[in-house]
Design a protein around this ligand. Structure first.
Ligand code: PEP
Ligand code: MG
Length: 325
């Protein structure tokens, strides 16, 4: 199997009916970037910056952050990298930050909420990123955005940092794109507006499913109570794929779901064209892409969605389709 996947490394990920699928890597530590050449991924679809902060003994200084991001860009070369700003809080704790007593940390003070309330932290990170990416393209995305307004406020902080660097004669990135993660269900109901405001979107299906079904992603006792291939989940995914496409806003799926072949096949049938996943998932997902007909998967999903009731899962039908093909 491993040999077979390795042989696919330089084969473009194109479905049988000619649909090109972008396969990208999720990473968080410098060591993860070593997998980029060996997997043949197009780039880094999600770089989780908090991991570097979680393994540090104290808050990395501005200079340390900058050299970290420089190392990321050195390791990725010309391949695109999407950097996510700090996604701390919830299950991601920094040992050197005071621990908050919160009843519901997943719903608490975390991610962009901290960034907007303590802009100094976000500003330092953004400045380090902008400096590290001078002269090259930069893609930044914000985690846990719940309202378009939060995204607009984060963007204003980036604009201010850009202006500051320009004033001080620092060369800026050649191109700077800002994205929002779709992982809080409220964005489903602002989808056109966020697709208009953001340069790109990225679906954090781990959190989106957690919040959509109110099922703690860390709690095994309730893990079986929902299926990301059930009709309500697919309806949510389709809203994102269809509205992003109508708005001409690029969208990637970067949750774990994109790295599982059956789920990835379903996402392609729903209209997603870019998936970001762990290094080990690239081979199996690419093998699936090469053997699948995107239009046929879409037809299965359309037909099953038309008669799905009671929150039924499309998994059996999709599995039967996958086996037959
Ligand atoms: C997600 O929520 O799907 C995601 C990609 O982010 P994380 O798993 O880091 O929360
Ligand atoms: Mg998330």
């Amino acid at each position: 199997r491993q040999e077979q996947y390795r042989a696919l490394r330089d084969v473009p990920a194109v479905t049988k009916d000619g649909v090109r699928i972008g396969l990208h890597l999720n990473a968080g530590l410098l060591v993860d970037l070593g997998h980029l050449p060996e997997t043949g991924a197009e780039g880094i679809g999600l770089f989780r910056t908090e991991l570097q902060f979680m393994v540090a003994e104290r808050m990395p200084s501005a200079a340390e952050q900058q050299s970290l991001y420089e190392a990321v860009f050195a390791a990725t070369g010309d391949k695109p990298v999407t950097i996510r700003t700090l996604d701390i809080g919830g299950d991601k704790i920094l040992p050197y930050m005071p621990k908050l007593e919160e009843e519901n940390p997943a719903l608490g003070w975390r991610a962009i909420r901290i960034g907007l309330d303590r802009p100094a932290l976000l500003r330092v990170q953004l400045r380090a990123l902008l400096k590290a990416a001078s002269g090259r393209p930069l893609k930044i995305m914000f985690p846990m955005v719940a309202t378009v307004d939060e995204f607009v406020r984060a963007k204003a902080i980036v604009d201010r940092e850009k202006a500051h660097l320009r004033r001080h004669g620092h060369p800026l990135p050649s191109d700077c794109r800002l994205g929002a993660m779709i992982e809080v269900p409220s964005l489903l109901f602002q989808i056109d507006e966020i697709a208009e405001a953001a340069d790109f979107l990225s679906v954090g299906s781990n959190d989106l499913m957690q919040f959509l079904f109110a099922v703690d992603r860390e709690n095994r006792r309730v893990a079986d109570r929902f299926d990301p291939l059930s009709a309500p989940a697919i309806r949510a995914f389709r809203v994102i794929a269809e509205h992003a496409s109508a708005a001409g806003c690029p969208v990637t799926v970067c949750g774990e779901i994109g790295g599982r072949p059956l789920e990835a096949m379903a996402l392609i049938g729903m209209g997603f064209r870019d998936l970001s996943m762990s290094p080990a998932a690239i081979g199996p997902v690419k093998a699936m892409v090469l053997s699948v007909d995107a239009a046929a998967v879409k037809a299965v999903i359309d037909a099953e969605m038309a008669r799905a009731s009671g929150g039924a899962s499309l998994r059996p039908a999709l599995l039967a389709f996958a086996k037959a093909h």
